[in-house]
Write a protein that binds this ligand. Sequence first.
Ligand SMILES: Nc1ncnc2c1ncn2[C@@H]1O[C@H](COP(=O)(O)OP(=O)(O)OP(=O)(O)O)[C@@H](O)[C@H]1O
Ligand SMILES: [Mg+2]
Length: 218
Amino acid sequence: MRSILVLNPKGGCGKSTFATNIAGYFATQGKRVSLADCDPQQSSRDWLSIRPESAATIKSASVKAGKIDVPRRTEVLIIDTPAALHGQKLANYAKVSQTIIMPMMPSPMDMRAAERFIDELFSLRKLINRKIKVATVANRVREDTIAAAKLENYLDKIKLPTGHKLPFITMLRATQNYIKAAERGLSIFEFAPAKTAYDREQWEPLVRWLNSVRSMPG
Ligand SMILES: Nc1ncnc2c1ncn2[C@@H]1O[C@H](COP(=O)(O)OP(=O)(O)OP(=O)(O)O)[C@@H](O)[C@H]1O
Ligand SMILES: [Mg+2]
């Protein structure tokens, strides 16, 4: 089973947006997808509950006391996490994941917090005990702004404690498309094709990475 964890202790950076859209992507590809919402706010679960019956099926994986109950025959498990997830709780979810996606917004404070978080993640490697793959993605980027350029430059340079580069996969623009699609329980891949063509293009590198061995434990 493919397992993808969406993670960043910073609130509002786009975890649920990535989790639901990745789930939508794999579902439209005909995969048996389950979405686990570990956040008491339940944004992803709410999204699932309003998802139209006509849309590709995504199952809800229930989460109890930090344990995910994965529906049988799941091919792709997406895990959405709450803000401020640290320590043992973080390790519990990372333990069952192959890939971590870390959404970032173009703010200097978020960038510094992210760096500390990467260090924490690596300090937990003994608990996680796997060659889990981590990558960053930028979210809500207003293109051609200084903040966007700074974030891109910064993300391009982040090194892991191992000395390897932390892959930076793609940038998503800030657009109402994500909000409008989410209001209907849909992903960007299932919503207003003409209006979302540019957004799908921005997703292309992430989709490619998730489908490649580069995002799988070595
Ligand atoms: N690229 C984007 N363009 C426009 N709005 C966006 C974008 N990404 C996320 N949003 C909106 O920003 C808000 C926060 O995003 P989201 O809920 O995905 O963040 P989160 O990291 O899950 O937050 P939390 O930490 O509270 O769980 C939501 O209303 C979402 O629709
Ligand atoms: Mg969320």
